[in-house]
Structure formats: C-alpha cells, structure tokens
Write a protein that binds this ligand. Structure first.
Ligand code: CA
Length: 232
C-alpha cells in the first residue's frame, strides 16, 4: 500500500516539527506549509490524501484555506486549533472540515485521528458506501427501501429520526454541526431548531442502543454537533 501523504498546515515551527516528526516515524509522507497561501498551493499541486489545518495562520485564516480547498477537493481535512471556542470549530466544520483536534494534543491522539480518517477513506471506496445498502457494524440501512436494521431487527424510526440516521450514515466519520443537521432535516431558516434536534437525537440514540458493551454509533460533540462513528 502506498504511504499516505499528509499536508501539514501550521505556522508554529515547533508544533509543525512535532507533527512532521510523528508522521515520519509512523510511515507517512508529508508536505509542510507554514502559511495559508502556500497550503492552498500545496493542496492543488500535490493532491495530498489528508490535510491537517491550523486555524490561526499569519496570512489567510485557516477557515478560508478550508473553503478554498473544498471548492475543488473532497480530501479529508482535520482542523488543529489552539482556539478552544466551539464557534471556531463550528465555522471550520461548516466550511467543510471533517474533524478537529484542540491544542495541546497528544501525538497518539493525532495518529488515532489519522487512522480513523484512513479507515473512512477506505470504507468510502467500498460498495457498502457507494450503493443503496449501508452497513456499519450491526447497523444496516437500505436507502432505496427506506428501512434500517440493528442486528437483524428492523428499527422503528419516525421520519425525522430516519432522516437524521441517513445523514449521519452518509457522512460516517465526519462531525456534522447542529446547523448542517437542522438545515438538512427541517430546511433553511430552522437553524435555531437545536432543541428539537437534541430531542430527536436522544430518541434515535436510544433505538440504536443494543445494551452494555454494544458499540455507540453516535458521538455527541457538545456545543458543536454529532458524528456517526465507523465501528470495527
Ligand atoms: Ca497558528
């Protein structure tokens, strides 16, 4: 298998070195970019597999870098940011980022995110992701028939719960923001419907809960949104 190429967008040299050293010792290739403009250029010329993007850059903002890359590429983007405020992460996710990591982070955590992203990429190339049938662990969705099962038992979902489940499944591995989910379920103008979203998400999760020890399919990101996890 060819080594994955990671674009590292970070203006802080010590942090950049920490990341590139970790990548090198873990058998990744990398391209380092210290500014936003050089990052957009590197993304276009080298077509990396995954981009790690710091939000606070000296020239253009990391969110702008994400928007520009997203205008032509679907490459997974993981935001690395010192900004702990949820709003910055939400903005980056709505601009098209897939995931985020808050500084300071452990190298192990970064490597785990990269592995999860690679699993997602590999999964997206399978029939299960491209076709009308979705499978993730014991969870199965037949998009064409509009049915879902958990461990062979059909799930009895309300139309809204089913819509939410499909959205999360079609974006498995990505953090979806409250705005993204409410807009796609209720339409534009309903972004403030976060309270309803919470209620529907709680009932959906209860229906997806197969008891102690069973995988948790949906992760909550407080103040940000939800993610369906790709289970082994
Ligand atoms: Ca920075």
């Amino acid at each position: 298998m060819p080594k994955a190429v990671i674009l590292v967008v970070e203006d802080d040299a010590p942090v950049r070195n920490l990341i590139t050293t970790a990548l090198k010792t873990n058998d990744y290739k990398y391209i380092a970019a210290p500014t936003g403009e050089s990052a957009v250029m590197a993304a276009a010329t080298h077509n990396p597999d995954i981009a790690l993007v710091d939000l606070g850059l000296p020239d253009i903002d990391g969110v702008e870098v994400i928007r520009r890359i997203r205008s032509w590429s679907g490459m997974p983007i993981i935001v690395i940011s010192a900004r702990s405020e949820a709003d910055d992460k939400v903005e980056a996710l709505d601009a098209g980022a897939d995931d985020y990591l808050t500084k300071p982070f452990l190298v192990e955590e970064l490597l785990a995110r990269l592995r999860a992203t690679q699993r997602r990429l590999a999964y997206l190339q399978t029939d299960s992701a491209a076709g009308a049938m979705f499978q993730n662990g014991a969870l199965k969705i037949d998009f064409a028939a509009g049915c879902a099962w958990l461990g062979g038992e059909e799930l009895h979902l309300t139309p809204i719960e089913y819509k939410l489940l499909c959205l999360l499944a079609r974006n498995v591995g990505r953090v979806l923001t409250h705005t993204y989910l409410t807009q796609n379920v209720w339409g534009a103008g309903w972004e403030s419907n976060v309270q309803s979203l919470r209620v529907f998400m709680a009932t959906l999760r209860k229906k997806l809960d197969a008891g102690p020890g069973a995988p948790q399919y949906i992760q909550t990101h407080v103040g940000i949104g939800y993610r369906m996890v790709k289970v082994e």
